[in-house]
Design a protein around this ligand. Sequence first.
Ligand code: AVJ
Ligand code: FE
Length: 437
Amino acid sequence: EVDEDAFKQLVADELERVRTRSFGLTTDVLDESELTAQHSRLMSPLVWDLAHVGNYEELWLLREAAGIEAMRPEIDDLYDAFEHPRSERPALPLLSPTEARDYIGLVRRKVLDSLAVARLDPSKPLLADGFVYRMVVQHEHQHDETMLGTHQLRRGDPVLPPATDGLPAPTDGSLLAEEVLVAGGPFVMGTSTDPWAYDNERPAYVVEQPSFWIDTTPVSNASYRAFIEAGGYDDPRWWTPGGWDWRTKSGKRAPAFWVREGTSWFRRRFGRLEPLPDTEPVQHVCYFEADAYARWAGKRLPTEAEWEKAASWDPASRSKRRYPWGDAAPTSSTANLGQLRFHPTGVGSFPAGASAYGVRQLLGDVWEWTSTSFTGHPGFCVFPYKEYSEVFFGDDYKVLRGGSWATDPLAVRNTFRNWDYPIRRQIFAGFRCARTA
Ligand code: AVJ
Ligand code: FE
C-alpha cells in the first residue's frame, strides 16, 4: 500500500533527478550542431531523445493520466519511435534544442501541477500503485543510457567527466572460484507484485530449473583478449552459422572501440584513448561474439532463467530477492550503477553485492547477453501498450540482463529484461558463461 503524499514527493524528486541527467548529456555539454547531428546511423540525434522523453511524459502523464488535451498534437508523429527509423530522424523537422527545452519544461510544469491534485485511484490500472509515474521516470532513464551510447559513438573532443572520485576501489577477484553450482530445483521467475515492473516481467511463475554452473564474474578484457589471440575470430568452429555470417560480412575482429597498436591494446572511451584495462568486464561485444567465446571456453551462455535464478533465488529460505544481495536499494558498495564511474569495475568487485549463490556483479557493470530469445512469460498481458514489449517478441531479439554502469538503480532489478538484435555492439553489454552440470 502506497502512502500517496510520500509517493508524490518521490515522483517529483525522481523526475527532477532524471531531467538533470538528461540535460547533462545534451544541452549542458554540446552545442546546437552536435545536438542535431547524426553521430551514428544506429542512434537518434540527441535532440530527438530530449524532445521524445518530454513528448512521452506529455502523452502518459498529462493526456492519459490527467485527461489534459494535447499541447502540440502536430509534433507527436515526429517523436513516435515507430513512425521514423533512427537513421532518418536527423532529416525530420525536429524542434531545435531551445524549442525542445522549452517544450519539455512546459510539460514538466504541468505534470507537477497535475501531480499535486492527482489521486492514485486503485480501480484505474494506469494509476494503481502509481504505475504510470514509475513507467515515465524509467523511460527517461532508459533514454539517458541510450544517449550515453550515442556519446560513445560520437567523434570529437571529450565532453563527459572521466569518472566520479571517492567510489569503492575494485576488489581483486583473482582468487575467486571461477564458477558456482546452482543446484537444480524450482524457483520463481518474474514478478506479480513489483510496482516498478513492466508487462514483460510479469507474471511470476515457477520454473523447474536443472542444475547448472555459472561464472562467478563477467568475462574480463584479458580473458576475451586470449580468445582473440588464440585465433577465435578466424575459427568457424566457435561460431554459429548466423554468427559466422556476421563475423565474415562485418570484418570485425575485436570488440567495438578496441584499437590494436603493435602488440598492445587500447580502447576509445568517450573520446579518450586509454590502455585496455585487463580486469574490467569486456563490453561492446555482440551476442554472436559472446556466444563464440563461450563455445571456445568449453561453455555456453546462460539461459535467461539460469541468470535470474542465480541472481534472485535464495535456496535457504526458498524465496526471491529483488536484488542479488537482498531487498535493500543498491549502494556504491553493492553495484556499479547510475553513471558514476563511466566504465565497468574490475571483475570480482562488490563482495557485498553477491547473490545467495555467491555470484558477483549480476547487477550493474555490463548488461549480460543470455541465450534466450525475447518472448512473454506464460500468462503475459500487454500493459499499457504493445509497442513497449510485445511487438519485439520472437526470434529476432536476444534478452540481456542486469543493467550496466550506465543504468540507473531505479531502472533495474533482478526481473528487469532488456533486448537487442544479436549483431548490436553499441550498448554497454558483456556476458558471463554457464554450463550444464
Ligand atoms: C527496453 C531499452 C529496449 O530503448 O528500445 C525506450 C526502451 N522503450 N522507449 C529501447 C524504450 C521506449 C527500449 N529498451
Ligand atoms: Fe522511448
